[in-house]
Design a protein around this ligand. Structure first.
Ligand code: NAD
Length: 477
């Protein structure tokens, strides 16, 4: 369904994120017929470019990152909807011109794809130059603060100029098809929800594993670490969706109210339930400390932790979260492990049978349910566990192969004015309220991350976190 005409201004429109994700994503929406002819995308950044120079840059970016074999005519039609304006977020350059360019009778949105230190400056100038009005939307990238105090300060700054209903804090994990399908499966079937609690679920795992290191982000990353960079936002958001109560209606505030309750009920993990790691140098590749340019660094490039949610549904059910860099495989997965069946009626069947729901987000999106069936053939009543594919590509046809990237889906939600898949200010603050004491504990105790070999599943202790409770990690194959 096409959206209405809009003006989308991308501050930082020449940056890495804009070139790799936002602009190629918008082009794919254009190809899908979702971007109306009257829509305009306005790149706004410090570089001295004109429309033609910007179009050339975006053309190259689509060639490199677009992931589509586009026809020249389509590319040209898309590029014709692009404009560029040189602005200085901290100065006066470009702002009056930007004001004159915006069509105030249409939906207008401003994507802050710049360093967070500029968010306040942008918000202030959009207001002072009367570029944004009460209907404008702003899209804010992560990181949203580095602790509760900075997140609150950022929320307060934005709140001076924008109402909460205008602020779209992006977490691209929420834009993934499978994440939304998770809600459809949970709340659109009778089959899952009655069992979705501590009577039937043994534990839940969330793994986000990367094969890359800190790459060019070393300076930033060394101040953040896996806890701030991944757990406080992405893993926390996934945890919320898996653990929340059913909202009474699928709308932005109803969903976010339920997610907030989960974060508030999340217990602080005991120190022995947290494993921090740092990737070591290998014969051929530098280690974390060299890459981060800090030989003394105690920042974690890996974390695994066990936490619990203190409410009736989840009391006693461990949630194991794990994320790290330079691991064996790129893989993001939520795994819901049900309890073993209470009693086997089949003589000789000594295997433990349990259902496992796997929700894969990367590298491929998909959902499968492990079920136990009879092994086909004349071998008698022998049981095997097999995965039941729940993505139903065959039943749904080509649409099931939807390759819409999370960013493009979320940008279209901004234009539609749908905040359901964006984080609310109080959610972000609650997540920091949980994160801060954990990080402070490490600092107080002088905690040093364990070294781990590159290309593995992280430190041995992370395996032990589950082994000593008779469980094992799923996820990284
Ligand atoms: P980048 O350094 O590649 O680009 C920064 C952009 O900001 C450039 O277009 C630059 O011209 C512009 N800019 C800098 N100073 C300016 C000023 N004073 N006035 C106007 N424009 C100015 O950064 P990036 O990697 O594209 O990241 C942008 C934001 O997105 C950051 O907040 C980052 O944390 C976040 N983010 C990036 C990624 C990613 O994959 N690159 C992923 C998640 C979040």
């Amino acid at each position: 369904i096409p959206v209405e005409d809009f003006d989308l201004v991308i501050f930082g429109g020449t940056g890495d994120l804009a070139r790799r994700k936002i602009l190629p994503g918008l082009f794919r929406r254009f190809l899908a017929g979702q971007m109306p002819k009257g829509a305009r995308i306005i790149g706004a950044a410090r570089s001295e470019l004109d429309d033609a120079g910007y179009r050339k840059m975006v053309d190259e970016a689509i060639g490199e990152f677009g992931g589509v074999d586009a026809k020249r005519a389509d590319l040209d039609a898309f590029l014709a909807q692009l404009h560029y304006i040189t602005v200085d977020a901290r100065g006066t350059d470009g702002w009056s011109e930007l004001h004159d360019l915006i069509r105030f009778d249409l939906v207008n949105a401003f994507y802050f794809s710049v360093a967070p230190s500029l968010f306040g400056d942008l918000a202030e100038r959009l207001h002072d130059y009367k570029i944004a009005d009460d209907d404008s939307r702003i899209v804010v990238e992560k990181p949203f603060g580095r602790d509760l105090e900075t997140a609150q300060a950022l929320n307060n700054t934005l709140a001076q100029h924008f109402d909460e209903t205008q602020i779209y804090r992006i977490d691209h994990y929420l834009g993934k098809e499978t994440v939304q399908n998770l809600m459809a499966v949970r709340f659109g079937n009778l089959l899952f929800e009655p069992l979705w609690n501590n009577h039937y679920i043994d534990h839940i795992q969330i793994t986000v594993a990367e094969t890359v290191g800190v790459e060019g982000r070393g300076a930033y990353y060394d101040q953040a670490g896996a806890m701030r960079d991944m757990v406080q936002n992405h893993l926390m958001q996934l945890l919320c969706l898996i653990a929340m109560e059913a909202p009474s209606v699928f709308d932005a505030d109803a969903v976010r109210d339920e997610k907030l309750k989960v974060i508030r009920a999340l217990q602080e993990p005991a120190p022995h339930h947290i494993v921090r790691g740092q990737y070591d140098a290998s014969k051929t590749a530098p280690g974390y400390r060299e890459e981060a340019g800090n030989p003394q660094s105690h920042t974690e490039s890996f974390i695994a932790l066990r936490c619990e949610i203190a409410n009736w549904r989840w009391a006693g059910v461990p949630f194991y979260l794990r994320t790290g860099k330079k691991l064996k495989a790129r893989s993001s997965e939520i795994t819901v492990v049900y309890k073993d069946i209470g009693h086997s009626i089949f003589p000789g069947d000594e295997k433990r049978h349990r259902n496992i729901l796997r929700i894969q987000l990367q590298p491929n999106e998909g959902m499968e349910l492990q079920v136990t069936i009879k092994e086909p053939g004349p071998g008698g009543m022998r049981l095997i566990d097999v995965p039941l594919d729940m993505t139903f590509a065959e039943a749904l046809g080509p649409d099931a192969e939807d390759s819409t990237d999370a960013y493009e889906r979320l940008i279209m939600d901004v234009i539609r004015g749908n905040q359901t898949l964006f984080m609310r200010g109080d959610e972000v603050e609650a997540a920091w309220r949980w994160t801060d004491p954990i990080i402070e504990g490490w600092q107080r105790r002088g905690d040093v991350p364990k070294l781990y070999d590159q290309g593995t599943t992280g430190p041995e202790d992370a395996l032990m976190l589950l082994h000593r409770e008779g469980r094992r990690w799923q996820g990284i194959k």
